[in-house]
Design a protein around this ligand. Structure first.
Ligand SMILES: C=C1C[C@]23C[C@@]1(O)CC[C@H]2[C@@]12CCC[C@@](C)(C(=O)O1)[C@H]2[C@@H]3C(=O)O
Ligand SMILES: O=C(O)CCC(=O)C(=O)O
Ligand SMILES: [Fe+2]
Length: 374
């Protein structure tokens, strides 16, 4: 999708950084601007190393003959799972991680040459959702929608090609995997190619568009009072996250005692159900509320491939999943329109396009405004 179409929504909702950019990589004490009142020690699940939890995020082998059913179950119950045997060559993961490290290791004034404009989508800056929170997050991000060329040239005027090649190769591989995962998720609900024409054939899905987000979480002098990336759902069909080997990703498990860490598993990629899949599945696959926490000693890097539909496609509950007992829960909306809605309403975005109230009279399943965020 041309990046212009993805940035359209942000013309109406520009994000003007109201702060001076701080170089988080060199600060020795947590500034008040970054000190969150909710300590994460209080709301984290007791054992967060993934070993003693009564439940942990499923790890699914894509070579398993029951992968479709396992994925369907994970989407219904967790909204997140990890995949192994996904066929993404190790060197692609290694290369994109190295490219991210190289970028975030640049001096701040050099990174700011590629700053994301207030009404744009691509470039270096704080998380888009920052404007909804009273405190700043302990992270820096670089968003790539469309070609990375212009920004790479600003960062490395003589040596931008390597970064661009790495990003383009990674995006190509991720696009194939995202299409495959989307079909596995939908296949489990009985959805076929006939039901989703824009997505291209299952064997070679090519329909989707995507944004690549590089996130860096520098080591933090006071990690219990800082927040890497605040609680949110992704405005995507699905997100494929490479979280390297340092933990930090946490998901909010419905009904459980709070946040559960998704431990990095060697070679595994994390898959999030996003808001557009929530809509397509008419609420059967709820999008997962997640966040990233930081640690005292290590910088953490994550790379998110945010996958959505082509710009002209209106997303709405799939007719096969709708009947008299299950009326459509959401009105039809394009990805770009939804990003605009999210930029305005943030965690109330899904509720704002809802056609009928949930049976229990409560807000939408991922309306996470009750989560302590600051
Ligand atoms: C396509 C998009 C999803 C995203 C907003 C964006 O326009 C580009 C960046 C994406 C990202 C990445 C970090 C977390 C997130 C919530 C944010 O602030 O920017 C997501 C946005 C999203 O999924 O809504
Ligand atoms: O860094 C992480 O683990 C989470 C990143 C994330 O949620 C995102 O980029 O949308
Ligand atoms: Fe996310």
């Amino acid at each position: 999708m041309p990046s212009r179409l993805l940035s359209d929504p942000f013309h109406a909702h520009p994000v003007h950084p109201h702060h001076k950019f701080l170089d988080l990589n060199s600060i020795k004490e947590l500034p008040d601007s970054h000190a969150w009142t909710a300590t994460r020690a209080l709301d984290e699940y007791p054992s967060s190393d993934g070993t003693c939890n009564p439940e942990s995020v499923p790890i699914i082998d894509l070579n398993n003959e029951n992968a479709t059913e396992l994925i369907g179950h994970a989407c219904k119950t967790w909204g997140v799972f990890q995949v192994i045997n996904h066929n993404i060559p190790k060197n692609f993961l290694y290369d994109v991680e190295s490219a991210g490290k190289r970028l975030f290791s640049l001096p701040l004034n050099q990174k700011l040459r590629a700053a994301r404009p207030p009404n744009g989508v691509s470039g270096y800056g704080v998380a888009r959702i920052s404007s909804f929170f009273p405190k700043l997050m302990w992270s820096e991000g670089f968003t790539i929608a469309g070609s990375p060329l212009d920004h790479a040239r600003q960062l490395w005027p003589r040596d931008y090609r390597k970064f661009c090649d790495t990003v383009e190769n990674y995006k190509k591989e991720m696009n194939k995997l995202a299409g495959r995962l989307m079909w596995l998720m939908l296949g489990s609900l009985g959805i076929t190619e006939e039901d989703l024409k824009w997505a291209g054939p299952k064997g070679e899905p090519e329909g989707g568009c995507a944004v690549l987000q590089l996130n860096s979480y520098p080591a933090c002098p006071d990690p219990d009072r800082a927040m890497g990336l605040a609680a949110h759902t992704d405005s995507t069909i699905l997100t494929i996250l490479h979280q390297s080997n340092t933990s930090g990703l946490q998901v909010l498990r419905d009904g459980a005692a709070g946040w559960i860490t998704v431990p990095p598993h060697p070679g595994a990629l994390v898959v999030h159900v996003g808001d557009l899949m929530h809509m397509l599945s008419n609420g059967l696959y709820p999008s997962v509320v997640h966040r990233a926490v930081v640690n005292r000693t290590r910088r953490r890097l994550s790379i998110a491939y945010l996958y959505g539909p082509p710009s002209s496609v209106k997303i709405s509950p799939l007719p096969k999943l709708v009947d008299n007992c299950h009326p459509p829960l959401y009105r039809a909306i394009t990805w770009s329109e939804y990003l605009g809605t999210k930029a305005k309403h943030f965690d109330k975005a899904l509720t704002s396009i809802r056609l009928c109230a949930p049976r229990n009279g409560l807000l939408d399943t991922n309306d996470h405004n009750s989560v302590k965020v600051g």
